[in-house]
Design a binder for this molecule. Structure first.
Ligand code: SP5
Ligand code: ZN
Length: 341
């Protein structure tokens, strides 16, 4: 399976996040990709391929122009104010306040975010653009006849809404890829999101559409981030009714409970007749993930790959979360190896 990778993710580094009320080094760090590359090399998966530049147009099909313009200029505005440290939002609106983009960078950061998980540094926008190009190159490969591809995106994407960053995500790489498959002729696309956290951005982007089925298996939002979306009764709206499926699972869920949700999601994907599957691949379901509370173990990821392969559909894997750096490579490589068995 071709693996699309770019070193440009390295520009998004040295950043922080707000965790348990404290500013701490970001869990979403460059070492994650280094460990995945190491495991891929050791298992003879690959080859690695470079992304091709696709420009902003395919991004602007799922994100608002003012939001993308903000991402492109945020670091410049932040440093114009004389700040030489990473940019982090700290002000948000409450319901009832006005939805108007402020001129001030602190106002803009809050306007376009839903948490303090998206820190911006000098190289963030370049890394984010490279991530979208990685996903779009994956679409080119799969639409061009490859059975599968792995888009090794970093930063991740599935929490990003049309005009909102959050949860370490800026541009929703899986959503950009889903739209690109549609534009290249796929009648229906299925997104299977197996990250520990709800894929709130992907859900929101496609919520009223029947051409993109979104299935997400995640920690119950009553217990876990993103808290305010991802409940089982969110089934889609209007034309999209029946084309969103959420599988919220309680903290402590192990593979037996988790895989029952996977089986159900796979049955839905088969029933909807999707032409192509995008897997939002997070491995933060792992038992030793430092910010997560599921109990999957490394061999379980082989079974996940095998189950997805049984769908027998063209498949694009898009990297999302996973913060147990010592195991992330093993777990991701296991999914890919299980898929190819
Ligand atoms: C892509 C992705 O996986 N994003 C995840 C963002 C999660 N950010 C908030 C996590 C809050 C977890 N709180 C747990 C406290 C651990 N001591
Ligand atoms: Zn996650």
């Amino acid at each position: 399976m071709k693996i699309i990778h770019s070193p440009r993710h390295l520009g998004h580094s040295g950043h922080v996040e707000l965790m348990n009320g404290r500013v701490v080094p970001a869990f979403e760090k460059p070492e994650r990709v280094a460990m995945i590359l190491k495991a891929i090399g050791e298992r003879n998966l690959g080859p690695l391929v470079d992304p091709a530049a696709h420009g902003l147009d395919p991004i602007l099909k799922v994100h608002d122009a003012d939001y993308i313009h903000f991402l492109a200029q945020a670091w410049e505005l932040w440093t114009q104010d004389g700040r030489d440290f990473p940019a982090l939002p700290s002000f948000w609106r409450a319901p009832g306040m006005r939805y108007v983009e402020p001129e001030n960078i602190d106002g803009k950061l809050g306007h376009f975010s839903f948490d303090a998980g998206c820190c911006i540094v000098a190289g963030t926008w370049d890394a984010v653009q490279a991530g979208a190009d990685i996903a779009l190159t994956g679409v080119d490969l799969v639409a061009g006849g490859e059975a599968s591809a792995f888009a090794l995106c970093r930063p991740p994407g599935h929490h990003a809404h049309q005009a909102t960053m959050g949860g370490y995500c800026f541009v929703n790489n899986a959503a950009v890829a889903a739209q690109a498959f549609r534009d290249r002729g796929a009648a229906r696309v299925a997104v299977l999101d197996v990250d520990y956290h709800h894929g709130n951005g992907t859900q929101a982007i496609f919520y009223d559409r029947s051409d993109v089925l979104v299935c997400t298996i995640h920690a119950d939002p009553l217990q876990e981030f993103p808290y305010f979306l991802g409940f089982a009764d969110e089934t889609g709206a209007g034309e999209g009714e029946g084309f969103n499926a959420n599988y919220p699972l309680r903290w402590g869920t192990d593979y037996s409970g988790w895989s029952a949700a996977l089986d159900d999601a796979c049955a839905r994907i088969e029933a909807c007749g999707a032409d192509v599957v995008i897997v939002s691949l997070g491995v933060d379901t792992y038992k030793d993930d430092p910010i997560s509370q599921f109990r999957l173990d490394s061999p379980d990821y082989l079974k996940i790959g095998l189950r997805i392969a049984k769908l027998a559909k063209p498949t694009l894997f898009v990297m999302e979360g996973g913060y147990a750096v010592e195991a992330i490579g093993i777990n991701v490589a296991n999914v890919l190896e299980g898929f190819e068995q």
